[in-house]
Design a protein around this ligand. Structure first.
Ligand code: NAD
Length: 350
């Protein structure tokens, strides 16, 4: 075996309940004294509740959070954080909130603590993203990697079922693509395999009555592992396609991943070799493509981008955007026809 695996410096605290006390302990351990709390207006009461024991540490709240971190919104947040003379950033929310925290951490070179409330997995990666004039740029910077992540399955109890499913498929996209992404290695494949199994189990449980905290814990564990594998294996065909789609047509993030993943897997599976069996087993099936399709059907997840406004007329623009990434290292050669065929499937009317 010849491979290089660079693990990332991060403390992960995983629990169900009791996150108020745990959060206090973690901020104490970092020795910080003036914290900016980042959250959306929808998550403000959750943020108030979680930070109630920390009132003397809170220097400011930043609650203007938008998907894909628009640069002008980030500029205002940066000014507010500088004026408040903070020494740490705390994010409480989904991937958009974590994304804003990452920009602050990078620009101000301050420690970031993340409390995720979706399965987006951004907290496990050093990847930042920011959007200027409709174009999203991304990059890697270890200053963006949260020092501490506090996962509490109880915080996801308020996620509506549809968003739970779409967000969990967004996580599954991280771990499935980690099987073939450019930096994949035996360690990331082992982590991705465990992630796919946990997410498959959690997603199956979402179809059985009320979503309980065990289901959220199973999904959250799978989502952390997914982000962890993706952080090292990197982005491949699936993420590059979804990035182009999201940036150009303002499509919803988790749902776009949910729809596109089965079509990318169908295209890629013939080149996966032994990993095809491994992935299939983790999906609880003998065939990876059928396994993923049956999970989508069981959970009622979306299979088309048409309801979000994407049509075959938009495909040429995505092919144009993807030209920057070709040739792309992938188990099956990727060309314009392959991209067109994947997107034609994704654009079909249900
Ligand atoms: P999001 O953060 O925009 O949240 C979606 C919606 O869910 C929001 O309305 C939010 O208020 C609500 N919400 C969040 N938690 C909730 C809860 N517990 N209960 C009820 N409602 C809740 O969306 P997301 O899918 O979490 O994140 C998407 C963003 O994350 C995208 O911008 C994407 O690019 C980024 N992302 C980045 C990385 C990375 O490595 N940098 C990885 C994954 C995703």
């Amino acid at each position: 075996m010849h491979f290089t695996y660079e693990s990332l410096p991060q403390k992960v605290v995983f629990r169900t309940g009791g996150s108020r006390t745990a959060l206090h302990g973690e901020l104490d351990a970092l020795g910080v004294g003036r914290v900016a709390v980042v959250h959306t207006p929808q998550e403000s009461s959750l943020a108030d509740d979680l930070t109630a024991p920390l009132r003397n540490l809170i220097a400011c709240h930043i609650d203007d959070v938008k998907p894909h971190v628009p640069a002008d919104v980030a500029d205002i947040a940066l000014r507010k954080a500088r004026d408040a003379d903070i020494d740490a950033i705390l994010t409480i929310g989904g991937g958009s909130t974590t994304g804003m925290g990452k920009i602050l951490a990078r620009e101000l070179n301050l420690p970031l603590v993340a409390v995720p409330t979706t399965y987006a997995g951004s907290e496990a990666t050093p990847v930042w993203g920011m959007t200027t004039d409709g174009v999203k740029r991304t990059g890697r910077d270890v200053r963006c990697l949260p020092r501490t992540v506090l996962y509490d399955a109880d915080l996801l109890a308020t996620l509506p079922r549809e968003l739970t499913v779409a967000s969990a498929f967004n996580a599954l996209a991280h771990s499935v693509e980690a099987f073939w992404a450019p930096g994949a290695n035996p360690v990331t494949t082992a982590i991705a395999t465990e992630s796919v199994a946990a997410l498959t189990d959690g997603l199956r449980r979402t179809t059985e009555g009320e979503l309980d905290s065990d289901t959220h814990a199973r999904l959250l564990y799978g989502a952390y592992l997914a982000g962890n594998a993706f952080a090292v294996a990197g982005s491949g065909l699936h993420h590059k396609l979804c990035h182009a789609l999201g940036g150009a047509f303002d499509l919803p993030h988790a749902e776009t991943h949910t729809v596109v993943l089965p079509y990318v897997l169908e295209f890629t599976a013939p080149g996966l070799g032994d990993d095809a069996d491994r992935l299939a087993r983790a999906l609880g099936h003998t065939d990876p493509v059928e396994g993923l399709r049956s999970l989508v059907a069981a959970t009622g997840a979306p299979t088309s981008l048409a309801p979000y406004g994407f049509t075959v007329g938009h495909i040429d623009r995505v092919v144009e955007l993807m030209a920057d990434f070709l040739p792309l290292p992938h188990p099956v050669p990727v060309d314009n026809d392959a991209i067109t065929s994947i997107l034609t499937s994704a654009a079909h009317q249900e």
